[in-house]
Write a protein that binds this ligand. Structure first.
Ligand SMILES: Cc1cc2nc3c(=O)[nH]c(=O)nc-3n(C[C@H](O)[C@H](O)[C@H](O)COP(=O)(O)O)c2cc1C
Length: 189
């Protein structure tokens, strides 16, 4: 089973990308489940405009191809002013658009794909942005795993721009539980 992970932050030391890496490592280490997890690189995806759709940019085509190839997706989001970041919304808007040979609006790279949601943010543990993301991904026709996992990054870890050893251990445990639940749930679909 192939799982594509999307971090909602392009920041160098992003806590969400740390989580994305943890998710990848956790999924790939469970040899019994035979999962191949990878992280999407979408830094070159341009701002969406319908004007660009007549000749879809290479970075968009390759993001769509990576999603199409995956059996499931896992999105990890920060929280910006209570919402998901613009870069993530921009990517998801592109992914929600019909494929070149689409017969109807459901013919997208994402429609019908199982998806899990996690997030790292301040003391609200990305509760607001994860809720929004659930609404958005459902709107796009994705099958959303109902157990999201939010990590609250402490003020000290924010200041150090790195998770403490304890916080990392807790995150590893939470991600392990979510990964096991997600894989089991995918098998029931
Ligand atoms: C523009 C902006 C708005 C933010 N708004 C919130 C917020 O509403 N709630 C919250 O918990 N954290 C908020 N934060 C903090 C981020 O969630 C936090 O810095 C997070 O670590 C960013 O994700 P990253 O480390 O993956 O880049 C905000 C940060 C920025 C830059």
């Amino acid at each position: 089973m192939k799982i594509l992970i999307i971090s909602g932050s392009l920041r160098q030391n992003s806590f969400n990308t740390v989580l994305a890496n943890l998710i990848q490592k956790t999924l790939n280490s469970d040899s019994a489940q035979n999962v191949q997890a990878s992280i999407l690189n979408y830094k070159d995806v341009p701002f969406f405009s319908q004007d660009l759709e007549s000749s879809v940019p290479e970075a968009v085509a390759s993001a769509k191809a990576a999603v199409l190839e995956a059996d499931a997706v896992w999105v990890v989001t920060p929280e910006y002013n209570g919402m998901i970041p613009g870069v993530l919304k921009n990517l998801l808007d592109w992914l929600s658009r019909p494929l070149p040979d689409a017969k109807n609006w459901r013919d997208t790279a994402v429609f019908g794909k199982p998806v899990a949601i996690s997030g790292a943010a301040g003391k609200n543990a990305a509760a607001g942005s994860m809720k929004q993301l659930e609404t958005l991904l459902s709107f796009m026709g994705m099958k959303v795993y109902p157990k999201a996992c939010g990590i609250a990054v402490s003020a000290e870890d924010m200041k150090n721009d790195a998770l403490s050893a304890d916080a990392l251990k807790q995150a590893e445990q939470s991600i392990k539980e979510q990964a096991e639940g997600f894989i089991d749930w995918i098998h029931t679909l």
